[in-house]
Design a protein around this ligand. Structure first.
Ligand code: UDX
Length: 433
């Protein structure tokens, strides 16, 4: 099929490359000239495992190209809208400026019978509003809402082999077109739920609300475990064996961040309030509050470990991205903690395998290094903030030779405390004795 993908960020660049890898002819559109120049040269503008390979192979076939001119999308049969919906300034609601701008820019270029497919995460009701606008401005085109569930770090795999497909459609033809787009996944037996616009929109936000709630649940348990002298990781293992609960997304620690979970639960709350049902999701405020409190707990614990003040003490912060295998620092708890410690006067040296550039662009006041060894040198305290494999694999004896004082705060509960203590380290974490 001939496909356009409008918006080439973490979602759109992967979606465009993956659709071309599946054999479609794809044009990726973005207003950011630098990003488009990089993509056109088959250079990913961000770190995502597997993306360089599919970007290069798809570009080489000639089936994938990139442009800043939306008119280049005109001959596509299917247009995916994959622009961002960040948190609006000064509000909990989602900012739909980019979705509306992309949609309006596309309208004059829609061929007869074209299908516009929303992928961006939007407040429920958005698709119906855009469908009404489409009916008036381009009555021979149709709209579908097809939420995206990819996880950063696994985005290529999640796009090529999704665990489910959700179509919010207004008619059968839209379903038929999407079935052609996703033929490979459908033939592989991927479950597909065909529903109305509002349900499709809600599937996405409720999935993220559930995941956020699961993480905040275990983080709340970590607070209780701390007060009671219990171990939250053993607790998670034990409750996780109950198939109704499941062990995944029960890792207590510094909390969730990124471009999705935090802003999606806030936008959901704001939209529910608009619908007069704020009370139904009032618990999401608590989920958000528990999550933000974890960052504060890490900072407070650092202060405690350093005897009441971090002022002018050397702190190595390992990890800046919001999760491993990503260079994304949007709403990153790791970066937030590093910045807060610096704000308290600590001599912070922060490191990350991929995210130093993005972190520096946002917080130039912090000192950075790309070398773990440099970060550890003479540290009074090490804070493990993002559980990259290389930090999980640190050798406590080796690391112990580099630091000033063997003291580590495991913000992700990923180290073996016994092994580290045996190497002479003082080890603390959230929710473990
Ligand atoms: C999430 C959803 O998983 C995905 O389906 C949706 O499309 C977009 O939002 P992503 O933001 O890439 O994806 O990250 P995810 O793997 O969900 O992790 C989110 C945050 O939760 C990270 O900061 C991670 O470190 C944290 N987390 C995750 C925990 O703190 N504990 C856990 O047990 C799991």
């Amino acid at each position: 099929m001939r496909i356009s993908v409008i918006g080439c960020g973490y979602l759109g660049a992967v979606h465009a490359s993956a659709m071309a890898a599946l054999g479609h002819t794809v044009v990726g559109i973005d207003v950011d000239e630098r990003k488009i120049a990089q993509l056109a040269a088959a250079r990913p503008p961000f770190f995502e495992p597997g993306l360089p390979e599919i970007l290069a192979s798809s570009t080489a076939t000639g089936r994938l190209r990139f442009s800043t001119d939306i008119a280049d999308a005109a001959d596509a049969e299917v247009h995916f809208i994959a622009v961002g919906t960040p948190q609006a300034p000064g509000s909990n609601a989602a900012d739909l400026t980019h979705v509306d701008a992309a949609f309006e820019a596309l309208l004059p270029h829609l061929a007869d019978g074209a299908l516009v497919v929303g992928k961006s995460t939007v407040p429920v009701g958005t698709a119906a509003r855009l469908a009404a606008r489409l009916a008036e401005a381009a009555p021979h085109a149709a709209l579908a809402w097809n939420p995206e569930f990819l996880r950063e770090g696994y985005a290529v795999k999640d796009t090529l082999e999704p665990d489910r497909l959700v179509y919010g459609v207004g008619d059968d033809r839209a379903q038929h077109v999407l079935d052609q787009v996703y033929r490979a996944a459908i033939e592989a037996g991927t479950p597909r739920i065909v529903t109305d616009y509002a349900t499709a929109e809600l599937v996405k936000v409720s999935a993220n609300a559930f995941l956020a709630t699961k993480i905040s649940f275990i983080n709340a348990m970590s607070e209780i475990a701390d007060a009671a002298g219990a171990d939250v990781t053993a607790l998670a293992d034990a409750i996780g064996h109950d198939a109704r609960i499941g062990r995944r997304f029960l890792n207590a620690g510094i909390g969730f961040g990124g471009g999705c979970l935090p802003k999606d639960i806030r936008a959901f709350t704001a939209r529910a309030e608009e619908l007069g049902r704020g009370e139904a999701v009032a618990f999401l405020r608590e989920v958000d509050a528990i999550n933000l409190r974890q960052r504060q707990r890490v900072v407070d614990l650092a202060v405690e470990l350093l005897g009441g003040s971090v002022h002018e003490r050397r702190i190595a912060v390992l990890g800046l991205s919001f999760k491993p295998e990503s260079d994304d620092v949007r709403d990153s708890p790791a970066l937030d903690v590093a910045v807060q410690l610096r704000g308290l006067g600590a001599d912070v040296l922060a490191t990350d395998p991929e995210a130093v550039g993005n972190a520096r662009a946002r917080h130039p006041q912090l000192a950075y290094t790309t070398s773990t060894e440099d970060a550890l040198r003479d540290a009074d305290l090490v804070v493990l903030a993002t559980e990259w494999r290389e930090y999980r694999a640190l050798d406590p004896v080796e690391a112990g030779r580099r630091v000033g004082v063997r003291r580590i705060l495991d913000g992700r509960n990923v180290l073996d405390p016994a092994a580290w203590r045996a190497a002479g380290w003082e080890v603390r974490s959230l929710g473990r004795p």
